[in-house]
Write a protein that binds this ligand. Structure first.
Ligand code: V47
Length: 369
């Protein structure tokens, strides 16, 4: 089919709500008509979220950077004992969380690493103590990759690990660690951690236990367009089955200080590529309610623009971000609630502060925020 005909066919499908195929997804990545992609994605976004654009007031905590996984896209990890290696005690985590509580955070986003020595009980203690001290704050913690590792070091099943964390106060799981599901890519860049099949199976188990999660894809390194589409389709299929994913966050690869930078000089994805990725995510993931533009990785200006390209969420105030900043991010590590509100209003949307489960905390539809 000629390019123009293909575009018309895809447009027709989107306007009538028909699901896009793998071939459609690949054709969209091959299409450089960003205006076309944005218009279609915005149509879908508008049907799902209307004039609302969401954000939350949260704080990220990375418990340790000591990691045995040694992913080639990661600039954050350190060997045990190396310069810059750190591990927070339960008290350190508590202090960080309590320090942010006066900002009105509703969520702690807690991610760790595959630490060679910490026992599973440490992670349970962190969640239990944080929840005890801050019972009203939602604990969004541990990627599926970490859950797989906890099962390995504790000898427990995935289900037992998740149940124990849930009893301690775990509310939901972040979407990290998915990278790209292709076994070719995983073998090349992250062979020492959970496989794609394990990542998906852990999310399936979590969703069955009533633990919602997010999903991500790390793009802009060695993956092909076909591999990106396959990743999105595998997520879409699991979402059809469980309905447990709350949002999808495409993560733009930052190459600085990573082993991949040494192998080949990667540039960060351009604004064009980032907006295209957001738009195609919105179009392919018809069973997902929300597409998040993580401003930390995109930069505030592209994140704001992405609200016209299919995104309906800008993530949150974050406060401290280490993973992307280790890899050369030039954004701030934190943003004030008022600035997120202004950015969303300036884009012509109604800012909605949400909690982790997308319950409305406040709608900023008046003249004064
Ligand atoms: O799992 C690692 C990625 C993830 C780099 O669930 C990198 O709401 C870019 O998952 N360049 C952690 N990305 C961040 C994450 C996340 C962020 C915001 C919101 C949510 C959510 C989840 O960052 C890792 C990995 O996929 N990552 N290194 C890098 N150099």
């Amino acid at each position: 089919m000629r390019a123009q005909e293909l575009k018309e066919t895809i447009e027709e499908k989107v306007l009538t709500g028909e699901r896009l195929t793998r071939e459609d997804g690949i054709a969209l990545f091959d299409c450089d008509d960003l205006g076309f992609l944005g218009r279609l994605a915005n149509h879908v976004r508008e049907k799902k979220s209307g004039d609302y654009a969401y954000f939350n007031v949260n704080r990220h905590i990375n418990l340790t950077n000591v990691c045995t996984s040694k992913c080639k896209f990661c600039a954050f990890y350190r060997e045990a004992g190396a310069e810059g290696a750190y591990t927070m005690t339960v008290e350190d985590a508590l202090e960080a969380a309590l320090g942010s509580a006066p900002l009105g955070i509703t969520e702690l986003h807690i991610v760790s690493a595959l630490h060679p020595d910490l026992p599973f009980s440490y992670y349970v203690d962190v969640i239990r103590e944080l929840k005890k001290a801050l019972p009203d704050i939602h604990m969004q913690a541990f990627t599926a990759v970490e859950i797989a590792y906890f099962a390995k070091i504790s000898g427990k099943s995935i289900r037992e690990v998740l149940e124990e964390l849930k009893r301690a106060g775990l509310g939901s799981m972040p979407g990290g660690g998915a990278e790209v599901f292709s076994s070719r890519v995983r073998e090349a860049v992250c062979s020492n951690k959970a496989t794609a099949g394990q990542w998906l199976e852990i999310m399936r188990t979590a969703h069955k236990l009533g633990i919602k999660s997010n999903a991500t894809m790390l793009y802009g390194h060695i993956e092909t367009y076909e591999e990106r589409v396959d990743h999105l389709i595998r997520l879409r299929e699991l979402q059809d089955e469980t309905g447990g994913f709350q949002s999808f966050i495409p993560l733009a690869f930052h190459p600085d200080n990573t082993p991949l930078e040494q192998i080949r000089k990667f540039e960060r994805p351009t604004a064009h590529e980032n907006l295209k990725m957001i738009a195609i995510s919105r179009l392919m993931l018809d069973s997902f309610d929300h597409i998040k533009a993580f401003w930390i990785m995109l930069g505030l200006k592209t994140a704001q623009l992405s609200l016209d390209f299919g995104a309906d969420d800008l993530d949150g105030t974050v406060v401290q971000e280490k993973i992307t900043h280790a890899a050369g991010a030039d954004t701030d590590e934190a943003i004030e609630r008022d600035e997120l509100v202004e950015i969303i209003k300036d884009a012509g949307r109604i800012p909605v502060e949400r909690d982790t489960l997308y319950r409305v905390v406040r709608i900023y539809d008046g003249a004064v925020a």
